[in-house]
Each structure stands twice: as C-alpha cells, then as structure tokens.
Design a binder for this molecule. Structure first.
Ligand code: AKG
Length: 262
C-alpha cells in the first residue's frame, strides 16, 4: 500500500493570523489537486513565534483553526496534520497545539507540545501538554510531535511501542541547527523503524531564520524527499510494505530488554 504525503513548507507571517489562514487553506487545495492523501504543516503557523502577543493573537479554544481545517479537509477530501497553532483555553492559558483531521473533516487527534523550548522563551508563555498523540489516518497508525520533542527519543518510543507506522514532526527549527534536525529526523526513523514526515518552515521572524529542509525519511533513514530551502509543496509516496521488510530481519521491538529499561 502506498500513501502520498504533501509537505507544506510555508513561510509564516509573524503576528498575522488572517494571512496565515489563507496560505494554509490554499495549500490544502493545491495538495488535494495533486492527489495527496495527507498534507502536513509546520509549527505555530497561525501566529509565528509572536509569544509576547499571544493575548491578542492566540486562537480561542482552537476554534478558528478547527473550523478552517475541518472545512478544508472535507471540501478537498484530504487528511490534514495541522502543524501547530497558538491556542488559548478557559483560564487564559496558552498552548502550542496540533489538530489532525481525516479526509471527511472529522477531528481524529490533537496534541499539546510537551517539551517547551527555553532557548526561544517558549516556557515563559506556553503551558506544556501532558499527553501523547496516537491516531489513524486512512487506516495508517500515526503519531505527531512538535519541534523540540524531536530531541527526546524516549517520547517517540512511546508511540513506536503502540505501533506507529508514520510519525509526523511539525517544526519551526532555526537555520543554525539544521544539521542536527536532519540527523535527529533520520535517527528517530531508524530507531523506531517508522516513516518520519518532518515539516519545517522557511522565512524569518525577529530573532531567527528558518531554512526549511522538511524531510520525508523511510524506516531505514533514507531521505525520500527533501523540500530544500524554498516555500512550496513537496510530495512523497510512502511504500508502507517497506515496514515489514525492515522490521522482519532486525526485530528491534522483539529484542528490546524492558527488564533493564522501560
Ligand atoms: O531543538 C531545537 O534546536 C529547536 C527547537 C525549536 O525551535 C522549538 O521547539 O521551537
């Protein structure tokens, strides 16, 4: 079985949600027209890292994002891993949240970023989530993480142990550490014997520049697609039968030693 993913490596207009909702809606249409099963967006695409302006900008209960993504998924018959957006909940607490929609516009999962990135002051503004995400899209067992989570292999392992075949990572990963991004994406794919679809943004904000290099990596760590440094859609076909041929000869999950480590 093959599964076609569209990586939406967009630029994000800092502090301008309306422009960003338009960009995302158009990208969903374009990805569907090209026959993708799922389209994936980067981190915090509604606001960018406008953390000091969240009171004005964050999406109340994710309402606008959920409406936009649900409608776009249904109208275009495509699943969406909705990157992440800045949300605010009752009580005025902010979160960095992913919403996932199936091709009929139904919410199939959500995730609040668990590891907050102190270097970019995220921990001063955002509340950390406390639950993982595990969902199915078109029958494919999947999970989704956000940016800095990529540095925590033990967090990825929790979903690999549940059987995730495709792992999504949505990010705003700055240019100076892009080689670490590439190495970590490949490592998470190899050690978990899963496909990893990792989507970064391009452009810049007040403090950082972002040079893309969104990657689709197979369970052996081979790069199937690298979106380079320009904004746009990149497509990749995941051959899900490859999971069996990789997991058969090197049965990492059977050979684990949970008596020594969890
Ligand atoms: O871990 C890194 O180097 C980048 C993380 C990051 O930018 C984030 O979590 O927003």
């Amino acid at each position: 079985m093959t599964f076609k993913v569209a990586v939406a490596q967009i630029d994000i207009a800092l502090g301008e949600p309306d422009r960003n909702y338009q960009t995302v809606t158009q990208a969903v249409k374009d990805a569907a027209k090209a026959g993708a099963d799922v389209v994936v967006f980067p981190e915090m695409w509604n606001t960018g890292y406008a953390l000091t302006e969240l009171a004005r900008l964050a999406d109340q209960d994710g309402w606008q994002t959920k409406q936009t993504l649900s409608r776009a998924a249904k109208e275009n018959q495509i699943a969406i891993v909705g990157g992440s957006v800045a949300t605010v909940r009752a009580g005025g607490q902010y979160y960095n949240t992913t919403y996932i929609y199936d091709q009929n516009g139904n919410l199939t999962g959500s995730y609040d970023k668990v590891h907050l990135f102190g270097l970019m002051h995220e921990d001063e503004f955002i509340q950390a989530g406390s639950q993982g995400s595990f969902f199915e899209l078109k029958g494919v067992k999947s999970a989704s993480f956000i940016c800095y989570d990529l540095r925590f292999p033990e967090w990825f392992r929790t979903v690999a142990k549940q059987g995730a075949d495709v792992i999504y990572v949505v990010a705003e990963w700055p240019t100076p550490r892009i080689e670490q991004w590439e190495a970590l994406v490949k490592a998470r794919a190899i050690e978990n014997q899963a496909f990893v679809v990792a989507v970064n943004r391009v452009g810049h904000d007040a403090e950082n520049s972002y040079n893309g290099h969104s990657l689709v990596v197979d369970p052996l760590g081979n790069v199937i697609a690298d979106a380079g440094e320009k904004a746009g859609l990149t497509f990749a076909e995941l051959d899900l039968d490859e999971l069996k041929t990789v997991r058969g000869p090197i049965p990492v999950f059977k050979d684990r030693r949970p008596d020594l480590y969890d």
